[in-house]
Design a protein around this ligand. Structure first.
Ligand SMILES: Nc1nc2c(ncn2[C@@H]2O[C@H](COP(=O)(O)OP(=O)(O)O)[C@@H](O)[C@H]2O)c(=O)[nH]1
Ligand SMILES: [Mg+2]
Length: 314
């Protein structure tokens, strides 16, 4: 592993980008010395998140959006994050076949990312890959994540504009959707409108948004679309542009960038502190002592953790 790869990535060399992403995925320790240098060349790309249930049509929408960006001469990097981490899973395979048509375009980079046991979790791996694509000069970066479920990435702390994709067939389940989705969505896409009942869902989303409310003053846009029929895609692109313009007013984008940086630092700092703290309590036998006590129900885990912290002198 040499610094040569850094130069190649900065020149936009796709093979080097791919190689480093693989190293990041595999937790290759030296990858971090490269990420440190690359980071100084990031912050230029516009970052969009696309989140929603599996099968809601995120990849299909992204595929159409890529076309829209390319028509404007804007380069695009796409990362599809799959928490299930089966690289051969149906959805990812589908993505590959579908987006294959962009494969020969130098201005497009598409990568499905498995996240098997990445240190610092999926969020960190996703941030690292976004930064690699940013350093490689991709002007727009789209991150596809699953928005409902246990292992979801907090996408809003990674991107500037968050698009939430819903479908009418999940309309009845809207109540059970995490309220969080309504807080993070800047744009709501009702995809598969061709299946009907889109108006009902639009009504439900409007209502949910009114209840949730927005502190930042942005009024989320709701767009009815059918990615399959190429309907509503230009409206989604326009919605992203409007949100971008909104962020560009009154120093909102720098604020957003600052909070993204804070999450980055907090995550890495937290990992280091945790590792150091564990090392300390383990080396002094404090850790095993409390573990035994907890498993015998001599003490509860809350008190144990507090006592351990005190005993180790934090
Ligand atoms: N009827 C209909 N099907 C769609 C539409 N958009 C996507 N699909 C289909 O829904 C399935 C899942 O789409 P995909 O983009 O892989 O969803 P993802 O898991 O959210 O990325 C595929 O079979 C698509 O062809 C749409 O607007 N209408
Ligand atoms: Mg997909």
């Amino acid at each position: 592993m040499s610094m040569e790869i850094v130069d190649l990535i900065l020149k936009g060399d796709i093979r080097s980008v791919s190689r480093l992403i693989s190293l990041v995925e595999d937790n290759y320790p030296d990858a971090y010395s490269l990420l440190k240098i690359l980071y100084m060349h990031t912050g230029r790309a516009y970052r969009i998140g696309m989140t929603g249930m599996p099968g809601s049509g995120k990849s299909t929408i992204i595929d159409m959006m890529i076309e829209g960006f390319r028509e404007k001469g804007i380069s695009v990097g796409v990362i599809a994050v799959d928490p299930s981490s089966h690289i051969t899973s149906g959805s990812l395979l589908g993505d590959r076949i579908r987006m294959q048509r962009h494969a020969i375009d130098e201005g497009v980079f598409i990568r499905s990312m498995s996240t098997r046991g990445h240190l610092g979790g999926i969020a960190r791996a996703t941030r690292d890959v976004v930064n690699i694509l940013d350093a490689a000069g991709k002007e727009t970066i789209i991150v596809e994540t699953v928005g409902v479920g246990q292992d979801e990435v907090d996408i809003a702390s990674i991107v500037y504009t968050t698009v939430v994709v819903l479908t009418p067939d999940f309309g009845d389940e809207l109540q059970t959707l995490k309220a969080g989705l309504f807080e993070i969505g800047d744009i709501f896409v009702i995809n598969k409108s061709d299946l009907g009942r889109a108006d009902e869902l639009e009504h439900d989303i409007t209502e949910a948004l009114e209840i949730t409310g927005r502190k930042d003053g942005w009024r989320p846009v709701i767009i009815k679309a059918s990615a399959l029929k190429d309907e509503g895609i230009s409206e989604i692109m326009k919605g992203v542009e409007m949100h971008r313009d909104y962020l560009n007013e009154a120093e909102r984008l720098p604020q957003k960038k600052e909070s993204i940086s804070e999450e980055e630092v907090k995550g890495i700092f937290g990992d280091i502190v945790m590792k150091e703290a564990l090392k300390k309590v383990r080396s002094r036998g404090i850790y095993s002592k409390y573990l035994k006590m907890v498993s015998k129900r001599e003490i509860d885990p809350y008190t144990a953790a507090e006592e351990m912290t005190k005993e180790a002198g934090f």
